[in-house]
Write a protein that binds this ligand. Structure first.
Ligand code: NIG
Ligand code: FE
Length: 421
């Protein structure tokens, strides 16, 4: 079969070829092909190999000379709070003076400050702000993004956020998987009774389900926000409606949220800076992914999750940005990878598995993306570096020069190509 597009002259191509989830020791396995080419037909990878590719060429095949760059699967940022209004640089000053994140929230700021703004911001304004962020993410090599609601905390605004993501998914080259996160904080109108808010959310879940805007539900399980039994009640209600579930767990306090996630069959448990050894063991015996968010540790000046220990004990980890206005305001996904190399003490191969195939797995899309293999979606990035390790070493800058999303060139020589899906 002839190809629509061939990328050739690739110095080195790196990809996972393992079956997801990739756990423990297997996380250091990455296939490397020198002098590689990739042939693409429509949205799909036809062949990944080295050597001769002339059998795939006809008169209309577009040839891209990779000029000895390296090639990776597009990055998958599997935990973000993409759609929100405004920013919180005022709060950054408080954080630096030592005011705790949870205290700012308790006093009506933090997440609740962004909720206030998001409620009063139009669909179009939210769309434009998130669209701009997505452009930046794409230019750094991200081809799929998970985005959570949770800055509405009422049905109307939660739906507004989910609809913005639905529209972005239709219009922007980056694929978006959305998650309902009404359980991000207790809104001020329910400050007299968290339980009343939980019951309201359980009613709302039925509407969210019938809207078909998302298949995932997430909860912020933390002291003073949703504690273990609150989280269990919300997540069980979500499971009863056939949602898949995720949980922000053991970020600040060690409540046992990761263990709860494993018990309920969560696709991922996220943060885990304060996870217990017991919960690391249960994670290792499950197919739940430990989703680590080192950008949040960096920005909040907190300890990093012990990813090394988790992998050594047999867990499967993914790594995400947690992009949001209050605990990780950056769309630079390569910086997140570089922080992982430095602070999580894990290898380039482990990081690559974490940000591609394992991230795809917990979003339920590893059959179609997350690795460069025949039959998979052509989500491909080229980086102007001599080898994989260099990307983590030379930090703080953008090494990605070209991005192919579903077989289309969407970033060329570092410039975004304006095209719809
Ligand atoms: O994952 N922890 C809760 N949610 C986000 C922060 C959101 C915010 O501060 O606006 C997080 O870190
Ligand atoms: Fe988060």
């Amino acid at each position: 079969m002839t190809a629509d597009l061939i990328i050739y002259n690739i110095r080195k191509l790196y990809t996972s070829t393992e079956k997801a989830p990739v756990k423990g020791n297997s996380m250091s396995k990455i296939k490397m092909i020198s002098n590689a080419f990739i042939a693409i037909k429509d949205e799909t990878i036809l062949e990944v190999n080295s050597g001769d590719f002339k059998n795939y060429i006809n008169f209309s095949t577009i040839l891209i000379d990779a000029n000895h760059k390296i090639c990776l699967p597009g990055f998958i940022d599997s935990h973000t709070h993409l759609v929100h209004a405004g920013s919180r640089e005022d709060e950054f000053e408080k954080l630096k003076k030592g005011v705790p994140y949870l205290e700012i929230l308790k006093n009506g700021g933090g997440i609740l400050g962004t909720v206030e703004k998001t409620r009063h911001t139009t669909f179009d304004q939210l769309f434009n702000q998130a669209n701009k962020s997505l452009d930046t993410m794409l230019s750094f090599g991200v081809t799929t993004v998970e985005g959570k609601s949770g800055y509405g905390l009422n049905l109307e605004t939660e739906l507004k956020q989910l609809k913005v993501m639905h529209e972005l998914n239709r219009k922007h080259p980056v694929d978006i998987i959305s998650t309902y996160m009404g359980a991000h904080a207790v809104p001020k109108e329910f400050s007299h009774s968290k339980n009343e808010y939980i019951q309201k959310m359980k009613e709302d879940l039925v509407y969210i389900k019938s809207s078909n805007l998302t298949n995932f539900v997430d909860v912020f399980c933390e002291t003073g926000v949703f504690e273990i039994e609150d989280s269990r009640e919300i997540l069980q209600a979500a499971l009863d409606l056939d949602f898949k579930i995720k949980i922000h767990a053991d970020e600040i306090d060690s409540l046992g949220g990761a263990g709860l996630g494993v018990e309920l069959g969560a696709t991922s448990v996220d943060h885990l800076m304060a996870i217990s050894d017991k919960d690391i063991r249960s994670l290792a015996n499950s197919n739940t992914i430990a989703n680590i968010l080192p950008g949040t540790s960096f920005y909040l000046n907190k300890p990093y999750a012990n990813a090394r220990k988790m992998i050594d004990q047999g867990c499967a980890i993914s790594i995400s940005s947690d992009y949001n206005p209050g605990s990780c305001p950056t769309e630079n996904f390569q910086l997140i990878c570089q922080l992982s190399a430095n602070h999580l003490k894990i290898s380039p191969e482990e990081i690559l598995n974490a940000v591609t195939i394992n991230a795809a797995y917990h979003l339920g899309i590893s059959e179609r993306t997350g690795s460069l293999e025949k039959g998979k979606q052509a989500d491909i990035i080229l980086l102007d570096v001599p080898n994989l390790a260099y990307m983590f070493y030379h930090f703080g800058i953008n090494h990605v020069t070209d991005v192919i999303k579903k077989g289309k060139i969407v970033v060329k020589n570092k410039s975004l190509q304006r095209r719809k899906k």
